[in-house]
Design a protein around this ligand. Sequence first.
Ligand code: EPU
Length: 429
Amino acid sequence: MDRIAIVGGARLEGEIPISGAKNSAIKLMAASLLSDQPLRLTNMPRLADTRFLGKLLRRLGAAVIEMDGPEGSETVLHTPEITSALAPYDLVRQMRASFNVLGPLIARTGHAKVSLPGGCAIGARPVDLHLKALEALGAHIDLNEGYVYAQAPRGLEGATIAFPFVSVGATEHTMLAAVLADGETVLENAAREPEIVDLAECLNAMGAKVEGAGSPTIRIKGVAKLHGAVHAVVPDRIETGAFACAVAMAGGDVTLTQSRPEHVRALLDAMAAAGVELDETVDTIRVRRGAGRLKAADITTEPYPGLATDLQSPFMALMTMAQGVSVIRETIFENRFMHVPELARLGADISIAGNEARVTGVEALTGAQVMATDLRASVSLVIAGLAAKGETVVNRVYHLDRGFERLEQKLGACGANVRRISGDQEEAA
Ligand code: EPU
């Protein structure tokens, strides 16, 4: 297994281009199943998660072609026919968002058998809202031997669905099914994340009639058929936020390009409160920090437009060396402080009570071996390592590879001392 080694202390200077959003790209890839015409996605990130999903889509009958076009990486997905409506456990287990093929499969073929995703390192993550919404659209659902068996032989029907709380995945999944349902679907208390807007724009480009994405009420008028389209994946707001924290932690002057500052407003506000200098244009963010220490700032994670749970651990890493006590509340997932004991290995002073972490800033961190259980936790350890004295080695890099494209090259190009130690090389040595 690969590892990443960081020698802390280098200031960062230059530019970091932001990639397309992982969490949008994988839903857009699933959307391609809804049409027998090709969907061309530009600004595609090349990640372990998009590769996994490509593998699953191929099993279902899709041709998935990755190429480098004039505007960067592209993927063309084309499923003239669904040749199998089965998403097996081994593929859904590797990436839980694979579960989102269920809706498009029922919408297109009237039946599907998709493995339940199971729990994950950040919480139980049930899919009850997804299943209830699909049932409300008329799908008949049975759970058996860890699989969802779904049937809608006469097609899905529009319905009004009021979500009891905000779920990004359930909102997207219901959109993916309702676009081909008969009649109108109204989603109330829908998630408002930029990925929802991106999905709606892509579906509309394919001929769907989705209105209101980005607001709590989404209206979808079902259509009989979708066609092919070209769509550019929205910039990754989590990658943007993580790199902003990385620059603020290391110190220096870096401009994040091809990004959407308004999608990370809550984080930028918290960073500004901590004393980070930020200048933005419509698609760039210049992040600067001089030699002085930052001030502690408090955050609470919330559904969008609140501060993203995926940016909780990067911001916590930043706060480990700020002056004062920062209170960090996690309200989305029940088990998302797994990075805390690892940050403590680097010398951070953090105590946890329930869903609240109190971070007392220290003057220095010291490099150590660390390991993370999920993607966003892993990047927080890289961020801390950029400012720690000596060498930090982050184990289980496959988590990072799931969601950060060329992380070490992007940071290295700005002067960070980051290198990948390949598992193969070590075994050979
Ligand atoms: N929930 C339920 N039942 C459901 C669905 C969700 O109880 O049927 C709960 C979850 O367990 C959680 C809360 O509702 O406590 C919110 O979960 P949500 O459905 O909004 O999250 P998700 O769709 O499973 C996506 C991202 C996550 C990101 C969250 C929140 C993808 C593939 N994943 O998850 O990203 O943290 O939204 O913004 O889009 C990551 O990229 O590392 C990641 C975990």
